[in-house]
Write a protein that binds this ligand. Structure first.
Ligand SMILES: CC(=O)SCCNC(=O)CCNC(=O)[C@H](O)C(C)(C)COP(=O)(O)OP(=O)(O)OC[C@H]1O[C@@H](n2cnc3c(N)ncnc32)[C@H](O)[C@@H]1OP(=O)(O)O
Ligand SMILES: O=C([O-])CC(=O)C(=O)O
Length: 387
C-alpha cells in the first residue's frame, strides 16, 4: 500500500457496514440471536410463522396477533392465474432459482402497493411474499416432474402446507418438525451477501420487491445459498450405497475429499466468512438430519456425512456450514436437488424483508469507494487533453 492508497478490504471482509437489531452472529461464542433470542431455542419451541413475526416486529406475537397473521397468511397462499402462466412460460431447463426470481418480480408488478415503501405497506408486502413463495416453489417442482399442481390448504400450518403442496400428501409430524426447524435456521443471518444486496437496493429508495428479487439472485450462487444443492451433488457423485458399512462409506468419502483438496477444489457446504470454528446452526440442523435419517431408515448417509466432515477437519480444520446438513435433509424429504435453494429463499424472505424495513427506517445510500488500479490517464490519438 503506497501513501496515497487507501486500505482495500476485498469482499468487505471484516468491515462493519451498519447497525442492525434483527440478528446477532457471534463467532466467538458460536451463537446466533434473532432479536435477542437464541436460534436454537426458537427452533425447539416456535413455529416458523412465530419466528417470522419476531423478525419483522421485534417481538414474538401474542396469541391474538399470531391468529390474525395466520388467517391473512393462509388467504394469500394461492398463485394468481397470471403468475402461473408466466411460470409455465419459463423453460424447465432454467434453474428453479430463476423461477423464484421471476416470481418475486411478478408479485411486485401485481402488487398495488409496490411503490409504497411506508413501514405498513412494506410489512404487508413482505407477508404476502412470505405466503406466496411456497406455492411458487412447489408449483415449479411439480411442473418439472409433469405433475398437476396441488392447491394450498388453509387448515395446515406453513410447514405442513409447504410439504402438502410439494408432494400432494400430508407429511408425517416428524418431517413437518424437521422442515420447520430448517426454515427457522435459514431465516436470518445478519449482513450475508443476499441480505446486503437487498439493503443496497433498498438504500437507493427502490421498492421491496426489487430488493428481494436482487437478493434471490445473490443467494443463487454456490458460495452462498446454492451450496445446499452442491452438497447433495457431492453425495450423489460419491454414490449412496445401502449395502456398505459406515466405515466403508467413511473411507470412500475420505479418499474423495483428499483428492478434491489435492486438486485445490472448494468443497461446498464447508467454511464460512464469519464463523471460523463452526456454524452455530449446524448442531440443530444435524439433529434434524439425524431425525430424518431415522425416520426414512437411511443410515448409509451418515458414513458419507461423517467421512467428509472428518477429513475436511483433519486436512484443513474447516467446519461444515448450515448448507451441509440441510442438503441431505431436503433430499430425504423428497425434494429435487435444484429445489433446495428455493427452499432457502422461502425461509430468507423473512430476514431480507426485516432488513429492508430496517434500512428504510434509517437509510443512507450504500456506496463504497474503490481504489483505481487501471492504466494511467491517456488520450485518444489527436485528441486534445481536457483543459
Ligand atoms: C448459508 C451459507 O451461505 S453458508 C456458505 C455456503 N457456501 C459454501 O459452502 C461454499 C464453500 N465455502 C467457501 O467457498 C468459503 O468457505 C466461503 C466463501 C463460504 C467463505 O470464504 P472466505 O471467508 O472468503 O474464505 P476463503 O474462501 O478466503 O477461504 C480461506 C481458506 O480456506 C479455504 N477454504 C474455505 N472454504 C473452503 C471449502 N469449502 N473447501 C476447500 N477450501 C476452503 C480456502 O481455499 C482458503 O485457503 P487458502 O488460504 O489456502 O487459499
Ligand atoms: O452469513 C453468511 O455469510 C452466509 C450464511 O450463513 C447465511 O446467509 O445464512
Amino acid at each position: 500500500m503506497t501513501e496515497t492508497q487507501s486500505e482495500v478490504r476485498k469482499g468487505l471482509a471484516g468491515v462493519v457496514a451498519d447497525y442492525t437489531a434483527v440478528s446477532k452472529v457471534n463467532p466467538e461464542t458460536n451463537s446466533l440471536l434473532y432479536r435477542g433470542y437464541p436460534v436454537q431455542e426458537l427452533a425447539a419451541n416456535c413455529s416458523f410463522e412465530q419466528v417470522a413475526l419476531l423478525l419483522w416486529n421485534g417481538e414474538l406475537p401474542t396469541e391474538a396477533e399470531l391468529a390474525e397473521f395466520t388467517t391473512r397468511e393462509r388467504a394469500h397462499r394461492a398463485l394468481t392465474p397470471e403468475l402461473k402462466a408466466i411460470i409455465d412460460a419459463l423453460p424447465t431447463t432454467c434453474h428453479p432459482m430463476d423461477v423464484c426470481r421471476t416470481a418475486a418480480s411478478v408479485l411486485g408488478a401485481q402488487d398495488p402497493e409496490a411503490e409504497d415503501s411506508s413501514a405498513e405497506a412494506n410489512l404487508r408486502k413482505a407477508q404476502k411474499l412470505f405466503a406466496a413463495m411456497p406455492a411458487v416453489v412447489c408449483y415449479d417442482q411439480r411442473r418439472r416432474r409433469g405433475q398437476e399442481p396441488v392447491a394450498p390448504r388453509e387448515d395446515l400450518g406453513y410447514s405442513a402446507n409447504f410439504l402438502w403442496m410439494a408432494f400432494g400428501e400430508e407429511a408425517d409430524p416428524a418431517v413437518v418438525e424437521a422442515f420447520n426447524t430448517s426454515m427457522i435456521l435459514y431465516a436470518e443471518h445478519s449482513f450475508n451477501a443476499s441480505t446486503f444486496t437487498a439493503r443496497v437496493v433498498t438504500s437507493t429508495l427502490s421498492d421491496l420487491h426489487s430488493a428481494v428479487t436482487a437478493a434471490i439472485g445473490a443467494l443463487k450462487g454456490p458460495l452462498h445459498g446454492g451450496a445446499n444443492e452442491a452438497v447433495m451433488e457431492t453425495f450423489v457423485e460419491l454414490g449412496i450405497r445401502t449395502e456398505e458399512s459406515a466405515a466403508e462409506a467413511e473411507a470412500r468419502a475420505k479418499a474423495w475429499m483428499d483428492e478434491a483438496l489435492a486438486a485445490k477444489k472448494k468443497v461446498m457446504g464447508f467454511g464460512h466468512r464469519v464463523y471460523k470454528h463452526g456454524d452455530s446452526r449446524v448442531p440443530t440442523m444435524k439433529a434434524a438430519l439425524d431425525a430424518m435419517i431415522a425416520h426414512y431408515g437411511r443410515p448409509e448417509l451418515l458414513g458419507l456425512y461423517h467421512g467428509l466432515e472428518k477429513s475436511m477437519d483433519e486436512a484443513k480444520g474447516i467446519k461444515p456450514n448450515l448448507d451441509y446438513p440441510a442438503g441431505p435433509t431436503y433430499w430425504l424429504m423428497g425434494f429435487d436437488i435444484p429445489t433446495f435453494t428455493p427452499l432457502f429463499v422461502a425461509a430468507r424472505i423473512t430476514g431480507w424483508t426485516a432488513h429492508i424495513m430496517e434500512q428504510v427506517a434509517a437509510n443512507s445510500l450504500i456506496r463504497p469507494l474503490s481504489e483505481y488500479n487501471g492504466p494511467d490517464e491517456r488520450h485518444l490519438p489527436g485528441a486534445r487533453a481536457a483543459q
